[in-house]
Every structure is written in structure tokens, then in C-alpha cells.
Ligand binder design. Structure first.
Ligand code: PRE
Length: 360
């Protein structure tokens, strides 16, 4: 074969490539339309029965030289790309998506802005145990010029025999301390039936990792006018986490803070595995502020500082950590809470880090 023959054949292939490309794009546009119809109908995008019908019909019409096996491979790839586009569009259509709203959501907690570019901090004991215990931590927080305190009144524990929290009594203690110190209260609510009663005592509703897919609780939290701090489930994908936030916003409440708190993996050196890359992914995919809970993700006091620095360095809007006046006698999570001196040291180190980090 002469070089000119090869050039001519390649020229024909180039033209056919463009035709195939145009046809695939035309097909993709129709598949996008199908995706919109499916969205409205609420039906599954992936439809293996439809795919099998199309493959059978293609094979019947296959006059070669392509084998049926290769034909299946090529068209399976085309179906997959259509499906991916439909799923991308669905994700971009979410109310929490940055594609829907490009500006950052800034959550206002009694005048304190979360997500405005300056990292915020939420500290406090794992569980509310007494007025004196909460007050001691609150005074230390207040002395640092911070504005929020966390503390669990309802504690969803792994074992039913572990301390379950003081309940309403705990909320009352938090409120009393908040009134005396001017701090805002962040506390976990575990069931929709507690929500209404709790609202008068708290400033931020925390929905914990174990309740990330408690859809009734998410919907109820979406219907109240209080910011929600939503923690990532311990085995939740980022996509599931984003959809949990969508449950809240879809009911009207857009004051949502996402919180990465570590996920369960095979690694046992830390209590959970802090998924630090979730922070920039969530910032890219959604317009919501993102916190990192360094206590629950690591379960190790020696890792609180490095992971808090990492969180700030990757663009987290804030850090959450646990502090107890006497961790050794704490009724929950005693090994991982900082005492007040450790809290002072941690806070100083973080402040120093933030100064150097901002100037470099
Ligand atoms: C399409 C895409 C994904 C489904 O799994 C099946 C088929 C395709 O590419 O043809 C389109 C589509 O969503 C559909 O026909 O229901």
C-alpha cells in the first residue's frame, strides 16, 4: 500500500470519528432529557432491563465485522457515560450544591459568623455532667474571647449501659451557663420528639454521626429556625453526607454547618480515620461551612493539635474539640478530652499557627 492510500483511509476514519462523536453527543443530549423526566418521576436512573433490551436489539442488528462482545463493551461504556451525566446533573441540582449557589453560606450564631473566612472554634465537654463542670469550661472558653460551647445532654452511646446524658436537666444547665457567660450553646438532639422542647435552651442543633441518616430528624431540623451542625455518619460516603444536608435544606433551613468527624476504616491507631480530603471536597461541592471534629476523629489527645492545624490548612471553617475540667473522672470519653491547662496550650498553639499560616 502506498503512503497516499494510507493517508486517504486515515482521512476517512477522521471524518467517521467526527460523525460518531456528533451522534454520541446527540444521544447524550437525549439521555439528559430522559434524566430530567426520571428526576420528576422520582425513578431510578440506572435501568439494567432497558440496557439489556438495547443491547439485544443492537446485537440483532449487528452485521459485523464488530463481534457482539466488543459491541456490548462499547455500548456499555456509552450507557455508563450517559448515566454519569444524569447523576452529575442531579448532584448539581441539589440545593446545597455550589453549582446552585456559588457564594459561601455564612451561618450566623447570635452575631458570630461561621464560614466568613476566619476559622471558628467550638469547645466543650463531651457530656453535660453538672452546672459546675460546664461553668468551668465555659469560663475558660470565655476568657479566650470565644463565643460557643458544646456539651451533650442526650448521649447516643454504643452500650445502653453507658451514661446516656442528663436529658432536659442537661439542657437547663447549658442554658443557665449560657445566660451567665453570654456563650451560644451547641448540643445534640437525637429524636424529633425532643426538638421543640430543646429549642428554647439551645442555639445550634447538633445532629450526630449516628443520626446522620435519621431522615425524620433531618426533616424536622429543616423546619425550624435554628442553625444545624450536621456530623458525617461513621460509615457515610461524602455523597450520602451531602444528601443528608439536602434533607435539611429541602425543608427550608439553609443554616447548616457540615462536620467531618472521621469515618470507620480498618485502621485502629486512631478511633476513626479523619478524612481530611472531605473538607476541600465538601467546600467544592457545597456552599456550606465545614468543621472538623478533631476529638472524635482521632480519639487521641496527642493528635488534636496536628489535626486541627491540618483542618485549618485545608480550608476548614472551624474546629471542634472536647474539654473537661477533670477528664479522668468524666462520665464519657475520658481519655480523649483535654483538661483546662491542655486546652490553654492547645488554644495558644492554634492561635500561633493561624498567625504564621495567614502570613505565609
Ligand atoms: C440510558 C441510561 C441509563 C440507564 O441505565 C438506561 C439507559 C441510556 O444511556 O440509554 C438512558 C435512560 O436513562 C433510560 O432509557 O432510562
Amino acid at each position: 500500500m502506498r503512503q497516499s492510500d494510507l493517508d486517504e483511509l486515515r482521512g476517512r476514519v477522521n471524518e467517521l470519528n467526527i460523525k460518531v462523536l456528533d451522534l454520541i453527543n446527540e444521544r447524550t443530549t437525549v439521555v439528559q432529557e430522559i434524566g430530567k423526566v426520571k428526576e420528576k418521576q422520582g425513578v431510578n436512573r440506572y435501568d439494567p432491563i432497558r440496557e439489556r433490551e438495547m443491547l439485544n436489539s443492537l446485537k440483532e442488528n449487528n452485521n459485523g465485522p464488530l463481534s457482539n462482545g466488543v459491541l456490548e463493551q462499547i455500548f456499555k461504556g456509552i450507557f455508563m457515560s450517559g448515566l454519569e451525566i444524569q447523576e452529575d446533573e442531579q448532584r448539581n441540582a441539589l440545593l446545597v450544591s455550589r453549582k446552585r449557589k456559588s457564594e459561601d453560606t455564612i451561618v450566623d450564631i447570635n452575631g458570630h459568623k461561621i464560614g466568613d473566612g476566619t476559622p471558628s472554634f467550638i469547645y466543650g465537654p463531651c457530656a453535660v455532667e453538672s452546672y459546675e463542670q460546664v461553668l468551668a469550661v465555659a469560663q475558660s472558653i470565655k476568657a479566650k474571647g470565644l463565643t460557643m460551647i458544646r456539651g451533650g445532654a442526650y448521649k447516643p452511646r454504643t452500650s445502653p449501659y453507658d451514661f446516656q446524658g442528663l436529658g432536659l436537666e442537661g439542657l437547663k444547665i447549658l442554658k443557665r451557663v449560657a445566660d451567665e457567660t453570654g456563650l451560644s450553646v451547641v448540643t445534640e438532639i437525637i429524636t424529633p420528639s425532643h426538638l421543640e422542647e430543646a429549642l428554647e435552651y439551645i442555639d445550634v442543633i447538633q445532629i450526630g454521626a449516628r443520626n446522620m441518616q435519621n431522615f425524620e430528624l433531618l426533616k424536622e431540623a429543616g423546619m425550624v429556625k435554628k442553625p444545624v451542625l450536621l456530623k458525617r455518619g461513621l460509615a457515610a460516603t461524602i455523597d450520602e453526607f451531602i444528601h443528608a444536608a439536602e434533607y435539611i435544606i429541602s425543608k427550608g433551613n439553609s443554616e447548616i454547618i457540615l462536620c467531618e468527624r472521621g469515618i470507620r476504616t480498618y485502621e485502629r491507631a486512631t478511633r476513626n480515620t479523619l478524612d481530611i480530603s472531605a473538607v476541600p471536597i465538601l467546600k467544592q461541592e457545597t456552599h456550606l461551612p465545614v468543621f472538623v471534629d478533631v476529638t472524635h476523629s482521632t480519639g487521641r489527645k496527642d493528635l488534636l493539635l496536628p489535626t486541627a492545624k491540618a483542618a485549618i490548612a485545608v480550608g476548614a471553617d472551624g474546629v471542634m474539640a472536647e474539654v473537661h475540667p477533670d477528664p479522668a473522672v468524666a462520665l464519657s470519653d475520658s481519655a480523649q478530652q483535654m483538661d483546662l491547662q491542655q486546652f490553654d496550650d492547645f488554644y495558644d498553639a492554634i492561635q500561633k499557627f493561624m498567625k504564621t499560616y495567614q502570613t505565609t
